[in-house]
Design a protein around this ligand. Structure first.
Ligand SMILES: [Zn+2]
Length: 326
């Protein structure tokens, strides 16, 4: 039997095929064309699945199960995607049943951050760990949780929103509408915004060179910090400290054995890691932290796609188990 994994992002659509026990055999990539609305995107997904199956000379009847990962809140239990911010016009779309009907392959839906965590847990940096969190710190901050060896998505699929733990009550405004969320302080977007605000003061900094454009990006702040710019170092220090408080909260709550920390902001290395480690220690219990390993992800951009394939595999085997016990 074969398995299909789909990773649907705001700009990119990827479909992967894997055989019974093996890794991904073939991947087809296309632009999502999200601006043309849900119907258009769904047609593209179906066509891309057909293209991938044709390439591998596999008939739909030879595919046991399919899983699709989507950005934003998605209810895996009902297969309904709620309202992904990067996919205009999508609201309460029952994507799992639509794809099941259109392709005749049983389809499951999951949030993409959850699937990325599941992929790392099954085939990446988390192999062998039973309790882990995979946290991505980039434009936003999100996490997927694998607890007792199982993906944990909460009552309605929204678990793991560590980016919206409030670190500074009344602090910077977050995309979610609250103030002082971790994401509003430590994400790449937040670091860039803090840099822009600092430039409005009279502070001395190398970042002034970027004044004429939209202001410095987080990567430029990191570059300036490496070059010894004190203000840039302070900005990253604040972000790293906030991240450590968020991770400390996560550690106290879940007592994971492994924390996989990825995303563009983590490329800052020690500039983020050092203040993070310090504040993680201050904000978590020694007993919750004992034995905790913090590592980088291994699957990179493929984590979500690998996770989707592995999720499809798991759904097929658990469906078979239910049928056998009937
Ligand atoms: Zn928030």
């Amino acid at each position: 039997m074969n398995y299909v994994g789909i990773d649907l992002g705001g700009t990119r659509l990827r479909v992967a095929i894997a055989g019974a026990g093996g890794p991904i055999q073939h991947v087809v990539r296309h632009p999502t064309e999200a601006d043309r609305g849900p119907e258009h995107v769904i047609n593209r997904i179906v066509k891309t699945i057909e293209e991938a199956l044709r390439h591998e000379r596999i008939k739909p009847a030879e595919v046991a199960s399919m899983a699709i990962g989507m950005p934003g809140p998605a209810n895996g239990k009902t297969g309904v995607v709620l309202s992904p911010p990067n996919l205009p016009g999508w609201r309460d779309v029952p994507i799992a049943s639509i794809l099941t009907e259109r392709t005749a392959i049983p389809t499951n839906l999951e949030n993409d951050a959850n699937l990325a965590a599941f992929g790392e847990a099954r085939a990446g940096a988390g192999k062998g760990a039973r309790n882990l969190a995979y946290v991505t710190v980039s434009t936003g901050i999100g996490a997927g949780l694998v607890l007792d060896g199982r993906l944990y998505s909460g009552a309605s699929g929204v678990a793991g929103e560590v980016g919206h733990i409030v670190i500074e009550p009344g602090g910077p405004l977050c995309n979610c509408g609250n103030r002082g969320c971790l994401e509003a302080i430590a994400s790449g977007t937040a670091i860039a915004r803090a840099a822009r605000e600092a430039l409005e003061t009279r502070a001395r900094t190398q970042l002034r060179r970027h004044r004429e454009s939209d202001g410095p990006t987080a990567a430029e702040v990191v570059r300036a910090a490496r070059g010894g710019d004190a203000l840039s170092r302070r900005l990253l220090d604040r972000a790293g400290t906030a991240l450590g408080i968020g991770m400390g909260t996560l550690v106290n709550l879940l007592n994971p054995e492994l924390l996989i920390l990825g995303g563009s902001v983590m490329k800052a290395g020690g500039l983020i890691n050092r203040p993070m480690q310090t504040s993680l220690k201050v904000s978590s219990w020694e007993s919750a932290r004992r034995g905790l390993r913090i590592v980088a992800p291994r699957l990179g951009q493929n984590a979500g796609l690998v996770g989707a394939v592995e999720w499809a595999r798991l759904q097929a085997t658990s469906a078979a188990r239910v049928q056998a016990t009937r």
